[in-house]
Design a protein around this ligand. Structure first.
Ligand SMILES: Cc1ncc(COP(=O)(O)O)c(C=O)c1O
Length: 383
């Protein structure tokens, strides 16, 4: 092929769905599998597990610039987001302090684990503009009614990569006495995330989006926030999440995050080079359809590119690319398999047909510019 990529090797450009395991994460995970004690036990075996857990907590906290006590380990992003929303709303109820301010607002482009949880809690939806950026004027007006207790806006969108003005959202919410949760699952490990700088009260992350294993995530919570545990029956995580901790996955996640943060400048530069290669290639002719970048021109994370392939269903393109050895996706992993158009694109104003013509390319710590060339060649073949 002459592209510096081994002939016949599959190419994985679906890092926003999940990533392969970083070497450091694999080592930490495997080593921790032999630390079999229960971190809540008082004996030496238990204390070894406790030491590993404490160490992982310090590492994750250090990477995010917060104190270790603020990190609540969970089974991943879905649980962290559920804990944030449900835990807060229940917190309002039991404390009574925010009894009149119970309304929850979630943005229209949130991941389903926030949107669906919001629906259960009777949340109102914050609209977005044509680029998928939250409507701050709408938010300000809505907050003005004085009944909002919690606002949930993600940092980076999982389908488009668009970065939300979370700092501004938090500023408005604070002015009106509301708390803020941020789903930062697609941003942590890829861009600098300064929890306190963002001004949020809670922030969710998950290990498998930055080279850690599946099944470990965290919610970072401000100490003064009164959040009620949603998994009860154990005093683990300072009574904020019951259940014996999955220390191997947690140790793997911490190692992955440390590696991601340490290599962030170099990785982000490579990710931007890959993005530039893909964007240049797409601008060139050679495609049977005119490919468009979704939300071109607004700030995005460096590793996600959402395209529209007018006249071609995203799911058909994904299957055809897979047959050519390239793994890409239509949008969120959770909605592939279910044949439905993207709620993110629909919220941005695309009609149902257009919202079904999305194709997401996403790359990561193991990707190369040479691979991007192969992805383009495959796309030319398919389109
Ligand atoms: C933005 C966002 N939030 C939450 C999640 C859920 O994370 P997890 O798979 O760890 O439950 C994902 C995963 O796709 C995501 O992209």
């Amino acid at each position: 092929m002459g592209l510096g990529v081994e002939l016949g090797r599959r190419i994985y450009f679906d890092y926003a769905a999940t990533t392969s395991l970083r070497e450091g994460a694999r080592r930490a995970l495997v080593e921790a599998l032999d630390i079999y004690g229960n971190a809540s036990s008082v004996h030496a075996e238990g204390q070894r597990a406790r030491a590993l857990l404490d160490d992982a907590r310090r590492t994750v906290a250090g990477c995010l610039g917060v104190r270790a006590e603020r990190v609540v380990f969970t089974s991943g992003g879905t649980e962290a987001n559920n804990l944030a929303l449900r835990g807060m709303v229940e917190g309002f109820r039991v404390s009574g302090s925010q009894a009149l301010r119970k309304k929850v607002l979630v943005s229209a482009v949130e991941h389903d684990c926030v949107l669906d949880t919001g629906k259960v809690l009777g949340a109102e939806v914050i609209p977005v503009d044509g680029n998928g950026v939250v409507d701050l004027a709408w938010l300000q007006e809505r907050l003005g009614k004085g009944d909002v207790g919690l606002v949930s806006v993600m940092l980076a969108n999982n389908e488009t990569g668009v970065i939300q003005p979370v700092r501004e959202v938090a500023g408005l919410a604070k002015m009106h006495g509301a708390l803020v949760h941020c789903d930062a699952v697609q941003a942590v490990g890829h861009v600098d995330v300064d929890v306190d700088g963002l001004g949020v009260d809670m922030l969710a992350l998950t290990g498998h989006k930055f080279g850690g294993p599946k099944g470990a995530g965290a919610l970072v919570v401000k100490p003064e926030v009164k959040m009620v545990a949603q998994i009860t029956g154990g005093a683990q995580e300072r009574n904020r999440r019951g259940g014996t901790e999955n220390i191997a996955a947690i140790a793997g996640m911490a190692a992955a995050l440390a590696e991601a943060i340490e290599g962030m400048d170099a990785e982000a530069a490579r990710a931007r080079a890959i993005g530039a290669e893909l964007r240049n290639g797409i601008r060139d002719s050679g495609f049977g359809v005119r490919i468009e970048e979704v939300a071109a021109g607004v700030e995005k994370v460096p590793h996600v590119l959402q395209l529209r392939t007018p006249g071609k269903k995203g799911e058909d393109v994904v299957i055809a690319m897979d047959m050519r050895g390239v793994a890409v996706s239509q949008g969120s992993a959770c909605s592939s398999g279910r044949v439905q158009s993207s709620h993110v694109l629909r919220a941005m104003g695309f009609d149902d047909t257009a919202a079904g013509e999305g194709l997401r390319l996403s790359w990561g710590w193991g990707s190369t510019v040479a691979e991007a060339e192969v992805v383009l060649a495959a796309l030319r073949g398919v389109l």
